[in-house]
Write a protein that binds this ligand. Structure first.
Ligand code: C2E
Ligand code: MG
Ligand code: MG
Ligand code: MG
Length: 292
């Protein structure tokens, strides 16, 4: 989109430009009021532990159903929220809501070890008050910090290394764990990441897509190499976007710790996810190969 706009700047005035920017302005205004209008919700996607056969964690994913704009995908409204700074109140809302949900599930008998993973954008991480905000929300809900996992994308760890590192150390002290999201799409090396206080690598879906494709040996090699190196460095691995039994079998065979994707479950509304968690133990055998 940025490119398209850039090119258009050289072109003569077009009515499309007007329409695009009006739509953008009106979406920003709507997003500004989304919390109070109760247009936001979270869905939760389970992550399966491949050797323990249990649901290890659940990732909270934000949804916006706008009265004025309909359902806007995160890929569109998250960048808007980041550009405008609205991601700060939205991100706090997400953390609070995700913790609230986890407390409800725990009260209803969920595994006390179940983790809640929350996506944190670069804009949030660069604010010096993020650790305080996180600590305050955990306290509000009386949750042990160990059940919270923050997902960061690797680019922020590279481009703002010092600030990011400071924040990561505070989280480590607090007991909150850190995952690097979409790993492999940026330019960070494992040898660099290994010096950071992080716990988990989430291998990007683009690699997982190809692991069981007969003509794509690169993705399989990259994925198995990431898994092996992560293990050497003491980092856990999560495969993102697992859609087929063949992909799951590959991951199990190569020692990936955790899998997330439509093959296990789509992101679910809170109540449906709670039901999923309650019935998952009976289904673990259906996903996992007993003799990998
Ligand atoms: P992400 O954190 O990498 O989340 C994974 C995305 O992959 C989600 O898309 C999920 O629905 C999708 N996905 C999971 N399994 C599969 C699969 O098997 N196949 C396919 N095709 N897709 C799968 P979603 O929910 O649209 O979110 C997109 C991105 O928006 C997220 O990527 C994350 O970067 C961002 N995002 C979502 N919620 C939040 C939030 O609360 N805060 C922030 N800062 N970012 C968020
Ligand atoms: Mg994520
Ligand atoms: Mg991801
Ligand atoms: Mg991704």
């Amino acid at each position: 989109r940025a490119k398209r706009r850039g090119k258009r700047n050289y072109a003569r005035y077009s009515p499309d430009m007007d329409r695009d920017s009006r739509r953008r302005t009106s979406r920003i205004a709507a997003l500004r009021r989304a919390i109070e209008r109760e247009e936001l919700s979270l869905v939760y996607q389970p992550e399966l532990h491949l050797t323990q056969g249990r649901i290890h964690s659940v990732e909270a994913l934000l949804r916006w159903n706008s009265t004025d704009h309909g359902t806007v995908p995160p890929g569109e409204f998250i960048p808007l929220a980041e550009e405008t700074g609205l991601i700060i109140p939205l991100g706090e809302w997400v953390l609070d809501q995700a913790c609230r949900t986890l407390v409800a599930w725990r009260a209803a008998g969920a595994d006390p070890a179940l983790k809640m993973a929350v996506n944190i954008s670069a804009v949030q991480l660069l604010r010096s008050d993020l650790p305080d905000t996180v600590a305050r929300i955990l306290q509000r809900h009386a949750l042990p910090p160990g059940v919270l996992e923050l997902e960061l994308i690797e680019s922020v760890l590279m481009s703002h290394a010092e600030q990011a590192l400071r924040r990561l150390h505070v989280f480590r002290e607090l007991g909150v764990s850190i995952a690097v999201d979409d790993f492999g799409t940026g330019y960070s090396s494992l040898s660099y990441l290994h010096r950071l206080p992080i716990d988990t690598l989430k291998i990007d879906k683009t690699f997982i897509d190809g692991v069981a494709a007969p003509d794509d040996h690169d993705d399989a090699t990259i994925t198995s190499t990431i898994i092996a190196m992560a293990r050497t460095l003491g980092l856990a691995t999560v495969a993102e976007g697992v859609e087929t039994p063949a992909q799951l079998a590959f991951l199990q065979r190569h020692g990936c710790d955790i899998a997330q994707g439509f093959h296990i479950s789509r992101p679910l509304p809170g109540d449906d996810c709670q039901h999923f968690l309650e019935t998952a133990p009976a289904r673990a055998g259906h996903w996992l190969d007993p003799a990998p």
